[in-house]
Write a protein that binds this ligand. Structure first.
Ligand SMILES: [Zn+2]
Length: 416
């Protein structure tokens, strides 16, 4: 950390201009204390010029600050200087006694106070969630920026995102998730946008980098996102993979369950319905691959609804709930009011768009099934049908001004 207190309560900050000799003298004569836990801290005057304070033992402050590597210190300093240069009111490591938290950086912009956390090491999701809640409680907006060292690229458009990092995502006005990174070694911001998960940890997304010196604060606070249509084509590759590598020789419990259901319906695993395995609205709220839970919903619930007979959304959510409770499908629990039923609703909305269902009553969320599923006969046919359906979906997505359904239904809390 860069700040410490002297015995008389004066705050001394390494972000101010100091000469090494002044600091050496100070270190000999005075004792420094952590402003948060009040324990004694050491002034580190290394050659890196990143002069900073460190606890003798981390115990008391463990929850308050990140295990500070030079990478973290450097990034924090550069972000602080970036804001200072913009003449923005900014404070480093200010301790907020009311919530007992210490954001890396606090700044005020357009009458709003932002609590910036620069996160380079893994932490439990619950800690991110708790800290964000604390800031919101004080009317501050949490802004999580991940260390550039956390960016895990797996291909031109595929990335890996750890479950705790989902809590650092932000949702744009266009209902798109994004993650912001900063790399102090390269002095670059990185923005991972249009985050579209294909499994619990894999995502498709587009990634942009920008040098810090030419980046405005607005670019980071309210980035505008242009939907990249190549991501849709990438999704076809993901789907193709599911078809060609199905069945997995070492299936997980969920895969085994889906295989059993498919066999019962006399469908070879690679020929799961064309209507399943799509990035429908809010599908990220269920971490399991949409190929599995959508196949399950189609074959175990929707396909049993008699043609042209109304049924309610609740029938679909109840059917999935049993499998969620048994742990076959895992909900992604994020801060906010959304829950996995929004994923079911988003999927039914998509099924209406592609003409498998029809919405009967919007207010009571009633649907009816108006056609049979499309089960391909060969993998080649499946791939070509998938491509044709994607074309129709893109047409709907680009013309859809409602951006999908916006309500979900409440579910009884389970201990999942
Ligand atoms: Zn401390």
């Amino acid at each position: 950390m860069f700040n410490a207190k002297l015995g008389d309560g004066t705050i001394i900050s390494m972000t101010d201009k100091w000469h090494i000799n002044e600091l050496r003298e100070l270190r000999e004569k005075r004792t420094f204390y952590c402003p948060a836990c009040k324990s004694q801290v050491q002034l580190k005057l290394g050659e890196s010029k990143l002069w900073h304070f460190a606890h003798r033992s981390n115990a008391a402050c463990d929850k308050l600050i990140e295990n500070e590597t030079l990478y973290h210190l450097l990034g924090k300093k550069q972000l602080f200087e970036w804001l200072t240069a913009k003449k923005i009111e900014v404070a480093m490591e200010m301790y907020l006694p009311l919530i007992r938290q210490r954001p890396d950086i606090l700044f005020r912009y357009n009458h709003t106070i932002y609590a910036l956390e620069f996160q380079c090491s893994p932490i439990p999701s619950s800690v991110i969630e708790e800290r964000s809640k604390g800031y919101l409680q004080l009317g501050m907006i949490p802004l999580w920026i991940l260390g550039g060292n956390r960016m895990k690229r797996k291909g031109p458009h595929s990335f890996q995102v750890a479950s705790f990092e989902w809590f650092a995502t932000r949702k744009t006005d266009q209902h798109q998730h994004l993650l912001t990174y900063y790399c102090p070694e390269r002095s670059h911001f990185g923005i991972l946008q249009q985050i579209t998960p294909s499994s619990s940890t894999k995502i498709l997304a587009s990634y942009k980098e920008k040098p810090i010196r030419t980046t405005s604060l607005e670019t980071i606070l309210t980035p505008t996102i242009e939907l990249n249509s190549t991501l849709f084509d990438q999704w076809l590759i993901v789907k193709k993979h599911w078809r060609y590598y199905h069945p997995n020789p070492y299936p997980t419990r969920t895969e085994k369950r889906i295989q059993t259901i498919l066999y019962r319906h006399r469908i070879p695993p690679s020929l799961f319905p064309i209507e399943a395995g799509w990035p429908s609205y809010n599908h990220y709220l269920i971490t399991s691959s949409p190929c599995y839970w959508q196949t399950f919903l189609l074959l175990e619930c929707l396909q049993y609804q008699p043609l042209n007979q109304p049924f309610s959304l609740r029938i679909a959510t109840q059917c999935l709930q049993q499998h969620i409770e048994k742990g076959f499908f895992l909900p992604r629990r994020l801060t906010g009011d959304e829950n996995w039923t929004h994923a079911v609703m988003g999927y039914l909305y998509m099924l209406v768009q592609i003409g498998y269902l029809e919405q009967v009553n919007t207010e009571h969320e009633c649907y009816r099934r108006i056609k049979e599923l499309t089960i391909p006969t060969t993998v080649e046919e499946a791939v070509s049908f998938d491509r044709a359906l994607l074309k129709r979906l893109i047409g709907h997505i680009t013309n859809d001004r409602n951006l999908g359904p916006n309500k979900g239904i409440s579910v009884e809390k389970t201990n999942i």
